[in-house]
Design a binder for this molecule. Structure first.
Ligand SMILES: Nc1ncnc2c1ncn2[C@@H]1O[C@H](COP(=O)(O)OP(=O)(O)OP(=O)(O)O)[C@@H](O)[C@H]1O
Ligand SMILES: [Mg+2]
Length: 423
């Protein structure tokens, strides 16, 4: 029997919720309260498994109640209810330590499933023990980490053209960073519709970024640790949804909370993206400490790279955050530019070139393993490790090779370029 406390200032709502939950044999309502102080007192007295508290409770409000329960009754999982999508509620709820947020009006079935999920989660947490949680997340308090801000850096791998090697580079870069053994590293697949990260690393995690979003689960340290898979090199991976239509569940608000949480529990978070500059990609770009912008040397590739640089300019992304990396340069291809031509067209130095080696990269892709483990002595691996070294060591203020950044184009011209770029 799951013991549930209900806190809402409206007696009618309290009674309705109780009536609905009484119909469930697995759930028992153990307390009904109308105010914040009462919610805390009763929770400490009856120790419910789940507390359903409204954000607008009188006295202590729902967020304050959540915070106190997270601190003093960690065995109680909190579901916060709110009348409408209050500004930034998800983030504040996460910081307070809530497990889920339910937006009013919600159905009885939605409430029952949320209670079940929170209870299951609390059970898993109890079983796995605090020590495991601490090891997996590096977060001593294990509850949202609300007492300290994100410490890690986000490195987004971006390109203006599909098939240029974003996923190959993101997976092998993240692996190389993990292999250095200096930091906890996470890789998140933001190519939400057709993400390849899970396939490239042979990860079979059934739960993905969409599960966090679809259930409106608040992405705190425990929840995120629960959906991350570990690879043999110790890299933590959050795959893209298993099927394309699930991508829509992931909003920029979810992403913001998720990326903050990942950066609280990892020193380096690498994000793979898709080529469309979707809202989700832009969210990642704007909160990145580093952007690895991949280009090839084809005329169309370099043209698109310049368009992406224009967009980054409009977004006010400082030039020194952007590291230009050339990949997939097939020297045999006609019409491809020389490196110096590409650099002069882009107005920026290429920090690093990753050699084109279809045999080595193709073998890694078909084995579902990163090139740094399948062919550690190859020139491709050497370049990826060099890139990892630049990311790990160079401060964001002084990245290598991007000194000669493009002079910003006039605003109107840049806007036009963006319109041209939007797809
Ligand atoms: N350095 C390289 N040498 C040889 N082949 C490469 C190299 N980098 C990537 N490739 C090949 O290019 C193909 C596309 O790579 P990848 O899937 O990483 O591109 P992407 O930019 O992520 O594509 P999408 O836009 O579809 O997400 C892969 O099959 C890989 O084998
Ligand atoms: Mg890809």
């Amino acid at each position: 029997m799951i013991k549930v406390l209900i806190g809402d200032s409206s007696e009618r709502i309290r009674e309705n919720l109780k009536r609905r939950l009484d119909a469930e044999t697995a759930v028992g309502v153990c307390a009904l309260v109308g105010g914040g102080e009462e919610a805390v007192q009763e929770s400490l007295r009856v120790r419910p498994d789940v507390a359903v508290v409204d954000s607008a409770l009188p006295g202590l409000d729902g967020l304050q109640v959540t915070e106190m329960l997270a601190q003093f009754a960690p065995g109680t999982g909190v579901i916060l209810t709110a009348l409408e999508s209050e500004n930034d509620l998800m983030r504040r709820a996460m910081l307070a330590g809530a497990r889920e947020v339910l937006q009013k009006p919600f159905s009885g079935d939605e409430l029952v499933s949320a209670i079940q999920r929170v209870h299951d989660f609390q059970e898993r947490k109890r079983k796995s023990g605090a020590a495991t949680t601490q090891a997996a997340t590096g977060n001593g308090n294990g509850r949202g980490g609300g007492d300290h801000g994100p410490q890690g850096i986000l490195v987004t791998v971006l390109a203006g053209k599909g098939g240029i090697g974003k996923s190959v580079v993101a997976t092998s870069l993240a692996t190389a960073l993990a292999q250095r053994g200096e930091s906890r590293v996470a890789l998140v697949d933001l190519s939400l519709q057709f993400g390849d990260v899970a396939a490239l690393l042979d990860v079979t995690q059934p739960r993905t970024i969409a599960d966090l979003a679809a259930h409106n689960a608040v992405a705190d340290a425990d929840v995120v640790a629960d959906v991350l898979s570990s690879t043999a090199t110790g890299l933590h991976v959050l795959p893209a949804p298993a099927s394309p239509e699930l991508a829509d569940y992931v909003t920029t608000q979810h992403l913001r909370v998720l990326l903050d949480e990942l950066r609280r529990s990892h020193e380096i978070v690498v994000a793979d993206t898709n080529t469309q500059l979707s809202e989700v990609t832009l969210e990642a770009v704007e909160s990145s400490e580093r952007i690895v912008l991949l280009t090839d040397y084809s005329v169309t590739g370099v043209k698109n790279t310049r368009l992406v640089m224009s967009v980054l300019g409009v977004l006010k992304v400082p030039d020194d955050k952007v590291m230009l990396v050339a990949n997939n340069r097939d020297a045999r291809t006609e019409n491809s530019l020389a490196r110096t031509q590409a650099e002069s067209f882009l107005g920026s130095k290429i920090a690093l070139e990753i050699p084109f080696d279809p045999a080595v990269v193709g073998a890694a892709v078909s084995r579902g393993a990163p090139v740094t483990t399948t062919a550690p002595d190859s020139t491709v691996s050497a370049a990826i490790k060099q890139l990892a070294g630049l990311i790990a060591h160079n401060s964001p203020q002084a990245p290598a090779g991007v000194a000669a950044a493009a002079a910003p184009a006039p605003a109107a011209k840049r806007q036009r370029r963006i319109l041209g770029f939007a797809r």
